[in-house]
Design a protein around this ligand. Structure first.
Ligand SMILES: Nc1nc2c(ncn2[C@@H]2O[C@H](COP(=O)(O)OP(=O)(O)OP(=O)(O)O)[C@@H](O)[C@H]2O)c(=O)[nH]1
Ligand SMILES: [Mg+2]
Length: 475
């Protein structure tokens, strides 16, 4: 290995500032990270039984060494989130991934040595590999090879909670599996020879009972996918209805978006006191969660948590998770949360914006929320606040900046348009409360005849107030 400096190995010491966070995460999820100490020996057996022992491998084609290592460190976090134990990580410098084995046959042999040396049972590649690359690399390293896409799908499958979320994940999994069926039925793929990259095979000779089986499997999967798509379409309709309902009542909506693990759910909790799952793991949230919230001035709005974004999100997953993105696209305001304690939060901001652009949600007004200010490098904070026009530093954990954020939300929410002056009898106290919740009360006075209000409200509420409206003569 010394003869080739391009093959760089990530050791404990090379790990970035995320390290502490990741060992936290490991202990939370009972997964051994590289720096996790065992509490007792029985844990070893537990882990060896249950967890996959993985070696990570990345191909570094462009960008800096730091970026390449950052990408692999993120892959390590993803693997740990999926429940794996990361034993080692290596990066291969190449112009482009090798068409046959992703890292090239020589490096594949070296990888085989690392697999033997560490006792790994799985290799995780930092990219999306073709079915042929997966098979060829498996043939050399002789353990299971999975790619970043499969890993993310696995995490999504573990975390999806709602019926719709689950259905979307299975659909994406099937979509991913379909062209790779041959690679996964191990004995079958070997039997059919090395030409795993195409489906044409070698004519009659390969069309044995195995081929028929694969074709049957493929057909079954396609049928199941079609059924799933219909079901998802139905679920989407009911979600759309709910959203229209909210729109009709003209409750302003705010969506929290941002990179995975940035602290979106923590912020939602902080802002609403809602008990939403917060976990130091990637993709803790996979289903949209919508809460009611109130501004300091008493106006109601909805606050939606969303699934985290990640770099190189597999394309059909973007498709599959469009549902939560739609929530963002429809919002009146986006709270774009970024982890201020990350070394280069700008990368996360850019990655999220790229996805937002892809789903057509880039035009929604945005507040950049630099979270984890308690743990952030002050210089990084300063830089971000300078670069981003509408940015605020907060800490969902300590509460720092939250009050200011609430005031900004209040200010940035769309204002109701109609100005009314009305004298509402005390028998209609409910109406007054609704003006407080949905509109903006400019003045309020309790008179003998009832509540005298001046307020900005939406058209529907203005109509309800009209029987009590004061005419210009009276006003
Ligand atoms: N130090 C610090 N840690 C925070 C802060 N906010 C959140 N965290 C931690 O960051 C981790 C991720 O928080 P979540 O709220 O689950 O993040 P998320 O963006 O919802 O993540 P996903 O749903 O997985 O995409 C947790 O361990 C939180 O405790 C903060 O202000 N300061
Ligand atoms: Mg979350």
């Amino acid at each position: 290995m010394e003869e080739d400096a391009q093959w760089s190995r990530l050791t404990d010491g090379d790990r970035d500032g995320d390290q502490l966070d990741r060992s936290d995460r490991a202990s939370l999820r009972r997964v051994a990270g590289l720096s996790t100490e065992l509490e007792d020996v029985t844990e070893v057996e537990y882990r060896q039984l249950r967890l996959e022992r993985v070696v990570l491998v990345g191909v570094w084609t462009d960008g800096t060494a730091q970026e390449a290592e950052g990408s692999l460190a993120e892959l390590a976090a993803l693997a740990e989130t999926a429940g794996a134990m990361v034993l080692d990580g290596v990066i291969q410098r190449r112009d482009k991934p090798d068409a046959a084995t992703y890292i090239g046959s020589g490096k594949a042999q070296e990888l085989r040595d690392i697999v033997l040396e560490t006792g790994a049972d799985t290799v995780v590649c930092d990219g999306e590999l073709s079915p042929g690359q997966l098979i060829h690399l498996e043939d050399v390293v002789k353990v299971k090879v999975v790619d970043r896409t499969a890993l993310i799908l696995d995490i999504f499958a573990q975390h999806a909670k709602s019926r719709e979320g689950k259905a979307q994940v299975s659909l994406a999994q099937m979509q991913y599996m379909l062209p790779r069926l041959r690679g996964w039925g191990a004995s079958l793929s070997r039997q059919m020879g090395g030409g795993g990259s195409g489906s044409s095979g070698g004519g009659m000779a390969t069309r044995g009972p195995g081929e028929t089986k694969i074709e049957t499997d493929r057909r079954r999967i396609r049928e199941k996918m079609a059924k799933m798509r219909r079901e998802i379409a139905e679920m989407k309709t009911s979600r759309d209805l709910k959203r229209q309902e909210r729109k009709r009542h003209q409750v302003p909506s705010v969506a929290i978006a941002g990179y995975t693990n940035a602290g979106k759910s923590s912020l939602l909790n902080r802002l609403t006191g809602a008990g939403v799952l917060v976990e130091n793991a990637l993709f803790a949230t996979l289903d949209p969660t919508v809460r009611r919230a109130e501004t300091p001035s008493g106006r109601l709005y909805t606050l939606a948590d969303t699934v985290g974004f990640v770099r190189h999100l597999p394309h059909h997953l973007v498709e599959a998770f469009r549902s939560t993105m739609e929530e963002v696209g429809d919002a009146d305001l986006v709270l774009h949360v970024v982890d201020g304690s990350h070394a280069v939060p700008e990368e996360q901001l850019a990655a999220v914006r790229e996805v937002l652009r892809e789903v057509g949600a880039i035009d929604v007004p945005e507040i950049v929320i630099v979270n984890k200010a308690d743990a952030a490098d002050p210089l990084v904070l300063q830089r971000l606040l300078r670069e981003e026009r509408n940015a605020i530093a907060v800490s969902a954990r300590s509460g720092l900046g939250i009050e200011e954020l609430l005031a900004i939300i209040d200010e940035r929410l769309p204002r109701p348009a109609a100005r009314v002056e009305a004298l509402v009898p005390y028998t209609h106290g409910g109406l007054v409360s609704r003006v407080h919740a949905a509109g903006e009360v400019l003045s309020e006075e309790h008179t003998a005849e009832g509540t005298l209000l001046t307020a900005l409200v939406h058209d529907d509420l203005a109509a309800e107030l009209s029987p009590y409206a004061l005419t210009a003569a009276q006003g």
